[in-house]
Design a protein around this ligand. Structure first.
Ligand code: PMV
Length: 341
């Protein structure tokens, strides 16, 4: 994986900095992406793909960022990812570190932030939110401060705004809190207790997207097609609430039906992709209880609800034969964690 490096020019005054490490999960969205930006509730689950951050002191001022992240999407057919220079990906990470330093009133010597991320980038799995919340948590910890989840959530809007323009906050909330959440707006985030964990396969189309461009397109469309969008938002509210109830009751059949419905609505507003639609159809024919794109769409990942944890192996083989890259994920129940190192 490519090693990226970015250095900040900001000057500061030396004090003590200790080492810290942190880890934050990625996420999938089970219902409500895009519509959550327009006010509908969404349901998201943190998953066991992680970014890990190490913060160490350095003698020169400013913040240096090194990152080891899966950047294969920049090659060939993925040029529409919106990223012309891979180092652009580091700027939000640096912003996260700088904003945290300001927050913890640390006018001290610089620090080095090292990021290792196993979450595919620009694929709908919350890689940017995961890396930024891990950085915020580790940078504060390196100053001996354990930030509250609410504070991390607030700070994460700085890099997320830079990257996506108009983020709802659902990604960072899922990566911070872990488990399963119902997210309506930043002031209305609830954790949901599950009857049983859904057996999910995530499948990457290998075609990657720029979340900001896709979200901007949907927001503009919603202004032009006000009446249609009022209907869609009402439907998505019902879908998301239905998904929460199905998960609480362990009703996989109902959950699956709602996932297919949600995918159809996302297709209607133009954020799907022929490969996503194909994989959703393949999953349906292979007996998947539900399937949908997850995240911003335009490529990226789709998710399948399987009949059982064991059935995930068969489903993964089917999706791989169709050119997708499957991941058998499970829920991360912890969210972001940090400690002094
Ligand atoms: O593709 P991702 O992981 O960036 O997910 C974006 C989720 C959206 O609902 C499309 C945008 C948002 O901010 O909620």
């Amino acid at each position: 994986m490519p090693q990226l490096h970015l250095r900040s020019e900001e000057s500061s005054r030396p004090t003590d900095v200790s080492r810290a490490i942190s880890r934050a999960p990625g996420k999938i969205i089970l219902a409500g992406e895009h519509f959550v930006v327009l006010g509908a509730p969404a349901v998201a689950m943190a998953i066991n793909l992680y970014s890990e951050v190490k913060v160490t002191p350095k003698n020169s001022p400013g913040v240096d960022v090194d990152a080891d992240i899966p950047l294969r999407f920049l090659a060939g057919k993925n040029r529409n990812s919106g990223v012309s220079d891979p180092r652009q990906l580091l700027r939000p990470l640096q912003l996260a570190a700088e904003a945290t330093l300001k927050q913890v009133v640390a006018k001290d010597r610089g620090l080095r932030v090292n990021v290792e991320c196993e979450i595919p980038v620009a694929a709908g799995l919350g890689s940017s939110a995961s890396t930024t919340v891990a950085i915020i948590s580790a940078v504060a910890r390196s100053r001996g401060i354990e930030l509250s989840r609410k504070k991390i959530f607030k700070l994460a809007f700085i890099p997320e705004n830079f990257l996506h323009g108009k983020p709802s906050g659902v990604d960072q909330a899922a990566c911070i809190y872990g488990g399963l959440i119902r997210f309506n707006r930043p002031s209305n985030v609830r954790t949901v207790r599950l009857e049983k964990e859904p057996a999910i396969v995530v499948c990457d189309t290998g075609i990657h997207h720029a979340t900001g461009t896709l979200v901007g397109g949907v927001v503009r469309k919603s202004r032009r097609e006000k009446k249609d969008f009022r209907d869609y938002i009402a439907k998505v509210r019902d879908i998301s609430n239905g998904v929460v109830n199905a998960l609480r009751e362990g009703d996989d059949v109902e959950l699956g039906v709602l996932m297919y419905q949600n995918h159809d609505l996302l297709r209607k507003i133009g954020v799907s992709h022929p490969k996503l639609d194909h994989l959703v159809e393949v999953a349906r024919r292979a007996g998947g209880l539900g399937a949908k794109l997850t995240g911003a769409g335009g490529g990226g990942c789709m998710i399948v609800l399987c009949r059982s944890t064991r059935d995930r192996d068969r489903m993964s083989r089917v999706l791989r034969r169709e050119g997708g890259t499957p991941y058998k994920v499970s829920m991360d129940a912890t969210g972001v964690e940090s400690q002094s190192a």
